[in-house]
Design a protein around this ligand. Structure first.
Ligand code: GAL
Length: 829
């Protein structure tokens, strides 16, 4: 039950906005794009109260608060050890929420078709328009649309839409889900003859350097009471320049759908690659009596790929190792309310590390993530489910399985299948039924549905593991002969065998599954707290030694050492799995658990931890050290990274690790004195020195052929004295949405980061904008991410500033006791 109260709730006067003038179609070229689909995110009224169980009992006295969606009410709550969502759900609360919005529609639109689209509502949404029930959608991660034309009032009369969101039954997720209308909402207004929802399907069946065959299937919907003759033209654009087009005359019967197939040849195609993700746009124009009545835009890419049994993943004829990460959908301090810039920032940080793949674990993502992956060049594994019929949590989606799985899967395929970044469909993650025949039956059904809607991509499932070679999880004895096969893996239903963990078995893959390609759907599950180190790296093994054992005698404050040495027992260190994947060509690649830390699923489940330790990047977006191991292996950038920090007790032994590349050797100096040269031997991915600590400067130099490549220094910090603010972008858009992510470093008088500073920092903002998130990346912090103060973790903190809809200066000030206050200006324009 949700006990939260909104003290500042306001009784909302009727909000009236006119969508009609915005939405109505025009024939003036591109203008129609912005009008066909408009945002319906602003000015919703929200009420959180479990006691309203029927929309008719919402009285005029109900207290409502005005907000814009995407909105996640759970992130506004308090962390609670007894939360029904459990630590897995991030110890935050669900509950029952109501949203409503009042609006007008121009009279001119009464002859059109109007629909409302929700990209995702977590969960169990029910929607009413002007008292008419539109429907229910239990799955929180899939988009859905209702046509509302016949229930609308046109002209001066108001319309009211009500959305009930029921996330009260807990637990229903193994990770933090968030609650509410957490993705975008749109109004779409079209002529009665139009391209249907998700109405295009574009494939590129033949691709060579000279020419590409682009196959376009367009589903048209005629809602007129008479048949219609129309001219349908598909125009292909590249960077706003017309490339080619095809036209066809068709007749569509009254109240009927019709799918039109067109083949288009694109000469000298510019191919989509991860390095240069080139996109094309197909514009479908429907003309009746020489008048264009609908225009519909689809982005697509031209690329050719396969998963090969010997060579792994081949993209446009070239072998590409998939260097991917798994991601949950939350955005750290912003919770699960999607924000395009916040997703883009995550992807930028990952790209910089060398990541070229994203697995949308374990559900369909926000459409904006896929758009960004198309534009930025990621190899996406789009995953449908975390469970089928058998539950993992009492109230999870297994309860909705029978009624909804078919529709949810079809809608995901229809929604997503034009994205050039998607290369694999995953029909499930660690499904409970995977070891028995029931699992095979369901897998066959899901694979058949998937193939019906898309034959261009292979199907996998994330199995734990596909082959179990009598694995003893504690001593990790994998090479015994007692092989047991996962039923789904051996059923022949999958195009690619998907391994969750079990990296020790990868080398036997071709023997165990002859003729079927390999993908590591999920790997590693190593654990680290950013910036925390046990001084001597091999003395750690404290917490968590065993994920299922209670926290006794472990590290203080549930910290996990950031040397890459602690892992969940089913996983490995970062280095161990990558060493195997990089070794064999037939291993197409891997998706590491996880790119970023996420809320929920602290491992082990140990209060006060409320967020995960698996991320290569912490919850605030600050890289942990192992980020640079990957960067040194996965990018062409020249890398030299040493750690830990240099503030220890005199005489104490401290292990210094270095990740480097593009050099033959590295030499370490302490206060000018050489501590020796090291170079990676064989499969090594780092080098190490054990150093008796002495305050001062630690310097490392990498060299190639005797010439210095890079130098790095770490200095002993003095007392904390200043706050340094750095904005990721100092100019943002004044659109009420854009974000500036400001890093706070606690520094000493000489600008050296104070590595153990955990000061509480207070933030204030002047100007037309607001602070929408604060976070240090600390998995045990229970301070609200939505407040205006936060305690730093190991010298760092993040504050997220959002623009308002007016241009101007946003002045962010940070203050902390005993430290000099600092201000930074972000310009919104
Ligand atoms: C996997 C699972 C993930 C996550 C991970 C933690 O088995 O698929 O969702 O729970 O373990 O190590």
């Amino acid at each position: 039950m949700n006990k939260r109260k909104y003290t500042s709730s306001i009784l909302i006067a009727l909000m009236v906005i006119s969508i009609g003038t915005l939405v109505s179609c025009s024939n003036k070229g591109n203008e129609i794009f912005s009008n066909r689909k408009v945002s319906f995110n602003s000015n919703w009224s929200f009420h959180l109260n479990d006691s309203i169980v029927d929309k008719d009992t919402i009285g005029t006295n109900t207290k409502w608060r005005t907000l814009n969606v995407p909105h996640d009410w759970s992130i506004e709550g308090k962390f609670d050890e007894k939360s029904p969502a459990g630590y897995g759900g991030g110890a935050l609360t669900g509950g029952l929420g109501w949203y409503k919005k009042t609006f007008k529609v121009a009279a001119v639109d009464s002859s059109k078709v109007t629909s409302i689209t929700f990209d995702g509502v977590y969960r169990n949404s029910e929607v009413w328009i002007n008292g008419h029930y539109l429907g229910k959608r239990p799955n929180g991660y899939i988009g859905f649309q209702y046509e509302i034309s016949s229930y609308l009032n046109y002209g001066d009369k108001n319309n009211e839409i009500i959305v009930k969101v029921d996330n009260s039954k807990q637990p229903n997720s193994r990770w933090y889900s968030g609650s509410g209308i957490f993705r975008n909402v749109w109004i779409e207004t079209t002529d009665k003859l139009h391209v249907a929802q998700w109405g295009t399907y574009i494939t590129t069946p033949k691709v060579t350097a000279q020419t590409a065959l682009v196959h376009v299937e367009t589903t048209l919907k005629n809602q007129y009471g008479a048949s219609k003759n129309a001219l349908v033209t598909t125009i292909i654009y590249k960077d706003d320049k017309k490339v080619t087009s095809v036209t066809k005359n068709i007749t569509i019967g009254s109240n009927a759908d019709q799918t039109l197939k067109q083949d288009i040849q694109v000469e000298t195609p510019i191919l989509w690659t991860v390095e240069k993700p080139e996109l094309y746009t197909a514009v479908t124009e429907i003309a009746v009596d020489d008048k264009i009545i609908d225009e519909y835009k689809t982005n697509f890419g031209i690329r050719d790929f396969k998963f090969d049994v010997d060579k792994g993943f081949i993209l446009n004829g070239k072998q590409v190792k998939i260097k991917g990460v798994c991601m949950h959908h939350d955005l750290g301090p912003l919770g699960s309310a999607i924000n395009t810039r916040a997703i883009e920032r995550q992807l930028e940080i990952l790209k910089e590390m060398g990541v070229n793949g994203i697995r949308t674990s374990h559900n369909p993502p926000a459409p904006e993530l896929l758009d960004l992956c198309d534009k930025m060049g990621f190899i996406v594994m789009d995953e449908a489910f975390d469970m089928w019929k058998k539950s993992k949590n009492k109230y999870d989606y297994s309860n909705d399985w029978d009624k909804w799985h078919k529709k949810d899967l079809i809608d995901q395929l229809l929604r997503d299948r034009n994205h050039p970044s998607i290369f694999v469909w995953s029909i499930g993650n660690e499904i409970q039924e995977q070891w028995n025949e029931d699992g095979v039956t369901i897998a066959k059904e899901l694979a058949a549905i998937t193939r019906e809607y898309d034959k261009t991509r292979p199907i996998t499932a994330a199995m734990n593991p596909p082959v179990n070679m009598n694995i003893d999880e504690v001593t990790l004895q994998f090479e015994k002969n007692n092989v047991q096969f996962n039923k789904i893996a051996k059923s022949g239903v999958l195009d690619i065998i998907g391994y969750n963990y079990a990296h020790q078995t990868y080398k036997y893959h071709q023997k165990n599954f002859p003729g079927v390609p390999f993908i590591a759907t999920e790997t590693t599950s190593a654990l680290e707290t950013r910036g925390y180190y046990d001084a001597v790296s091999d003395s750690i093994k404290k917490w968590p030694v065993r994920w299922d054992l209670k926290f006794t005698g472990g590290n203080p404050g549930n910290t996990v050492s950031a040397y890459d040495q602690v892992q969940a027992p089913w996983g490995s260190t970062h280095e161990a799995t990558w060493k195997v994947i990089k070794k064999y060509d037939f291993l197409s690649g891997m998706y590491i658990w996880t790119g970023f830390d996420y809320i929920g699923e602290p491992t082990p489940y140990e209060w006060p931890s409320i967020s995960s330790y698996f991320g290569i990047v912490d919850l605030a977006g600050f890289p942990k050290d192992v980020y640079y191991m990957y960067q040194s292996e996965w990018t062409d950038k020249t890398v030299l990274h040493i750690f830990p920090h240099w503030n220890w007790k005199a005489g104490q032994n401290v292990d210094v690790w270095a990740y480097y590349n593009n050099a033959d050797e590295v030499e370490l100096f302490l206060n000018g004195k050489s501590l020796g040269t090291r170079s990676k031997k064989g499969e090594d991915l780092h080098v190490m020195w054990r150093v008796p600590y002495q305050a001062g400067t630690l310097k490392v130099v990498s060299r190639k052929n005797g010439k210095t490549v890079l130098e790095k220094e770490i200095k002993t910090a003095g007392n904390a004295s200043n706050l340094k603010l750095t904005a990721d972008r100092s100019t943002i858009k004044a659109d009420g949405n854009d974000l500036s992510f400001v890093t706070v470093d606690i520094i000493d008088a000489n600008d050296v980061l104070v590595p153990n500073a955990n000061n509480e920092i207070n933030f204030s903002l002047k100007g037309n904008g607001k602070i929408v998130g604060v976070c240090s990346g600390d998995p045990v912090s229970h301070e609200s991410y939505k407040g205006s103060k936060h305690t730093a973790l190991n010298g760092k903190c993040l504050v997220v500033v959002q623009s308002g809809d007016k241009a101007g200066r946003l002045e962010l000030t940070a203050k902390a006791n005993g430290l000099k206050q600092t201000t930074i200006v972000v310009t919104a324009e």
